[in-house]
Design a binder for this molecule. Structure first.
Ligand code: HEC
Ligand code: HEC
Length: 434
């Protein structure tokens, strides 16, 4: 049952798009729904059965990627079940021209030193605004990044950014990837500003959005404006818990939530409130994941799948001779240099978790089932591991129920945000006018 389904406003005549607003909660138009049905929220090629010689690709053709522009300004201004009101978040005052500009910047490959890499190439829209295919994404000229790419959906609600919480605002964060030598590899802030000022279409867009030419501050603000509009709540779980629609979840999913908040104690860290749920306590914990990687004995051979059905065993020393050393990762310690912070990582939100595999700061788990197995076993006991991570004694059915519950956390408008991303200009050198 919706709380107040009375004030239904169909703005057919006022807007080109027939958006339906029910008591402040946006639903999408029929035309958008049809278009979104064609959009698969997954990686280009599913790779199921890839190990078999009979494997058939089901990669989508580029035509399927034609998108539908969404009204991001309306999305950022509209309440969604399960998400806090804007005032309780960390939002810049939304501005339509700034959102559009930020969206263009996010997809613009000319923002990297050799004009190949955009933000969206690691935060891939149809892969939950993360990268489903790599534990750790690849940046400039094939250089690996130390950590898994997190989703950008709902990112504005994090009080501190990155797995080690080293940054605190989206406007500042953008200069990390723009300048990092293994990400977009720009030599300096000035170089990025000059590039933007010299491209034909940007000066006017910056003037329209900020009344000034591009500078260090407004580049960050524009990208933050786009990212803060990527709100994806109103999941089936939210409709059940905050919309009080009893039948939206089935018995297994409801049991999964009962375990999440009860016997398994997941909600001690992945917090679910009375009015909304961010599924994070915004704090950092040692769950055992980082310890396990640092302390796990190294394997001597590596299986490399070369083609469907063709796997080669390579000596690790051969791989090491051509690859980079695996970077050490000790989490929050790298920021504070306090030994008590070793292997502590920020509690990740679980919103849209079904779309954002692989999991954890290093992408070590490929599936939600393996995450739950890890927690059920009690992590990797060692000094410093959170006392909340302990053997849970969950049966196979209970573990399956926890996973089923986590799969209810996908926002109802993710398809709309992805369709919008597909409609964005990609800004390579051959499309300077878009
Ligand atoms: C080469 C891949 C790559 C590119 C390009 C890239 N990112 Fe990221 N992004 C990452 C990884 C990996 C992390 C996590 C790093 C960490 O936690 O230490 C991250 C983290 C973030 C976060 C923090 C999310 C959180 O949960 O705290 C934001 C926001 C973000 N990126 C936005 C951007 C923007 C904006 C751009 C373009 C200017 C961009 N990224 C370009 C890989 C990339
Ligand atoms: C002590 C606090 C704590 C408890 C209890 C806890 N988690 Fe977590 N959870 C975390 C932290 C911290 C991370 C991030 C770890 C990392 O990146 O290495 C995380 C990450 C995850 C992720 C991966 C998120 C992503 O985007 O990669 C999932 C899924 C998850 N937890 C589910 C659960 C479930 C299910 C339970 C209960 C069985 C649970 N958690 C209990 C703190 C906790």
């Amino acid at each position: 049952m919706l709380r107040l389904p009375i004030s239904v406003l169909v703005s057919t005549l006022l807007l080109v798009s027939t958006e339906i607003v029910i008591d402040g909660f946006v639903t999408i138009t029929h035309a958008q729904q049809a278009k979104q049905a064609a959009i698969r929220l997954a990686s280009g090629d599913h790779k199921e059965g890839y190990e078999s010689p009979q494997y058939q690709t089901d990669s989508l053709s580029l035509e399927v990627r034609s998108g539908v522009e969404a009204n991001l300004f309306a999305i950022v201004n509209t309440a969604q079940f399960g998400l806090p009101k804007k005032a309780e978040g960390r939002f810049l005052e939304p501005s339509e021209p700034a959102i559009k500009l930020g969206r263009k910047l996010f997809f613009d490959r000319r923002l990297s030193r050799n004009k190949t890499m955009s933000c969206a190439m690691c935060h891939i829209p149809e892969q939950g605004f993360t990268n489903n295919e790599l534990q750790r994404p690849i940046g400039f000229e094939g250089r690996a990044i130390k950590r898994n790419a997190p989703t950008i959906l709902n990112v504005v609600y994090y009080q501190r950014l990155f797995a080690d919480a080293r940054e605190n605002r989206l406007e500042q964060q953008v200069w990390g990837p723009l300048l990092a030598s293994n990400e977009m590899n720009n030599p300096s802030v000035g170089q990025v500003i000059d590039t933007l000022a010299q491209l034909p279409e940007y000066p006017k867009l910056f003037e329209d959005a900020f009344g000034e030419m591009p500078n260090m501050l407004n580049v960050g603000q524009a990208l933050a404006q786009y990212q803060q509009a990527l709100l994806a709540g109103n999941s089936r779980f939210d409709q059940w818990r905050y919309g009080r629609q009893q039948d939206v979840l089935n018995a297994e999913e409801k049991e999964g939530f009962a375990l999440f908040a009860g016997k398994a104690q997941c909600s001690s860290c992945h917090i679910v409130g009375d009015e909304y749920a961010l599924f994070t306590d915004q704090a950092l914990h040692d769950t055992g994941v980082g310890y396990q990687v640092s302390m796990r004995p190294e394997t001597t051979t590596i299986s490399v799948q070369l083609a469907p059905g063709v796997v080669g065993q390579l000596d690790k020393s051969v791989v090491d001779s051509v690859g980079e050393d695996k970077p050490n990762d000790v989490g929050r310690y790298e920021v504070t240099l306090d030994p008590a912070d070793r292997w502590k990582y920020r509690t990740a939100s679980l919103r849209n978790i079904a779309l954002t595999a692989p999991y954890m700061h290093n992408g070590t788990f490929a599936s939600l089932e393996s995450v739950v197995r890890f927690y059920n076993a009690g992590g990797v006991p060692h000094d410093g591991q959170s006392a909340l991570i302990r053997p849970l004694g969950l049966s196979a059915d209970e573990q399956a129920a926890l996973v089923a519950f986590m799969r209810t956390l996908t926002g109802s408008n993710v398809g709309e945000l992805v369709a919008d991303a597909f409609a964005a200009p990609i800004g390579d050198t051959s499309s300077t006018s878009r």
